[in-house]
Design a protein around this ligand. Sequence first.
Ligand SMILES: [Zn+2]
Length: 322
Amino acid sequence: MLGHRKILASLQEIIKNDNVGHAYIFEGPDGIGRRETALSFAAMLMCEREQAPCGECKSCRLFAEGSNPDFQEIYSADKSISVDDIRNVLRGLVIRPLYSRYKIIIINDADSMTVQAQNALLKSLEEPPPYVVFILTVQSGAAVTPTVKSRCQRILFEKLRDEEIMQILEERYGRRKPEWDFIVSYSDGVVGTALELVESPGYLETRDEVIRAADQLLKPGDSDVFKIYELFEKNNDRTEFMLRIMLLFFRDIIIYNQTSNYNILINSDKKDMIIENAGAKLSAMLKCINAVWSAKRSLEYNANFQLAIEVMLMKIKDSYVY
Ligand SMILES: [Zn+2]
């Protein structure tokens, strides 16, 4: 299980003490492992044996195949969960569980339930059949009505520490790779982000290209702003990622410039390039960082994409680094 061992242990304790509630809210940012934990909890609840989940009993096997009739999951289609989505699931709750003591319903992104959907759910939360357990995953409890919230036990998913994320990567993928320092820093405590970066090499390639471009811009002479813009246009579905890469690269140059310590660089696998640029003036680096921030802000206000990016690139090129 990815991180959150304490949460899992407390859920195990709840089952052991026969103290299972009817509804839980798992709250935390996207990618932090709420659904994975909910699935583990469901597996433990549904297993027919003492050492749950055993992976062998009928209930466990059906669950692993995705066909356990005592388990249902709701996702938000079209960005919201409608009253019909909820009603469809609630209708089946009158039938007792077939294989285990419980029927489990996971409502993913429950903060996207419409108010009508929440009201429909509320009736079941107030008088649930004794065998039903709801697990609602939310980013923030703010979008859930207080009446629904008051019927649920809230479990908060905190961000993981850098060491914990690194440990998870090592458990999953084996020996530490040079780019993992960057991945851990970038993921900011959200393990899903770290896994996504490791598993989709496209991101790391884009990162290499962005850093190379930023490095070029800092060199006096003939970096071609319009050519570099093409890189941004080609990857315009991951602009935010690219802008953050630039910020972290400039941040590292400042850090090395001020400390001469390459052990605290985020892009430790790019340290040669960072050291090479460390002669830059602090004021120039701050100009670069400002340029990225203002591009980010302009884009948030729907400024013209090309203009915002090109202005940023020109400002970086003209930051009088040397
Ligand atoms: Zn089992």
